[in-house]
Design a protein around this ligand. Sequence first.
Ligand code: ADE
Length: 230
Amino acid sequence: MIGIICAMAQELDKVLELMTNKSEEEFTSFNFVIGNLNNHKCVAVLSGIGKVNAAICTQTLIIKYQPDIILNIGVAGGIDDNINIGDIVVAESVVQHDFDISAFVNRKKGEIPGIDKIKITCIPCIVQKILTTSRNIKGVKIHKGIIASGDQFINCSNKLLQLKNEFDAVACEMEAGSIGQVCYVNKVNFGVIRSISDNANSDAKIDFYEFIENASKNAARILYNFTQSI
Ligand code: ADE
């Protein structure tokens, strides 16, 4: 079974449009939608925004459905200069940019105690498969890189430069890092497909609302192609 987690309704709706034979199951505070994507059994769910919401949702999904893989689908702010609105970023790894205990212990910024890592790596063969199955989609540019998550909507050039310099991040959002951590400790395969809705700068709010629908559609399309190929 493939678990699909989206933070916002606009993102989830585009995934649900592609799923067939859907039924719903409420469990704790989540509404899980079970169905098929290209003959693969899937469960899709709205986590809500932010790392804690996403972590609760991921752990709940794992306990209830024991998925073989969890994919985080949605939109992100672009950090790199050559990443434009509408482009796709496939995470090679995720970091939690706002996790910082360096002031009181000898840990690097972003390093998560317990697992002792800064970056959580996505399963390389999944990343590769997503990239190869998406390359021939007309009009959509695909990138691979580090996605930085934090409980902040980034709309400031200084902050995005910091994410680039400190973590080498190419995109920012608010959930993938925590979903990755939960998958890592539960030994569940994990991947992230995000489409760029804004450039995390002073125009980010306006761009985000203008492009969220289209970017969400692009991300869902890549997910669809990926499920077709496995
Ligand atoms: N998701 C989409 N755009 C974002 C941004 N600028 N900051 C954080 N999360 C986002």
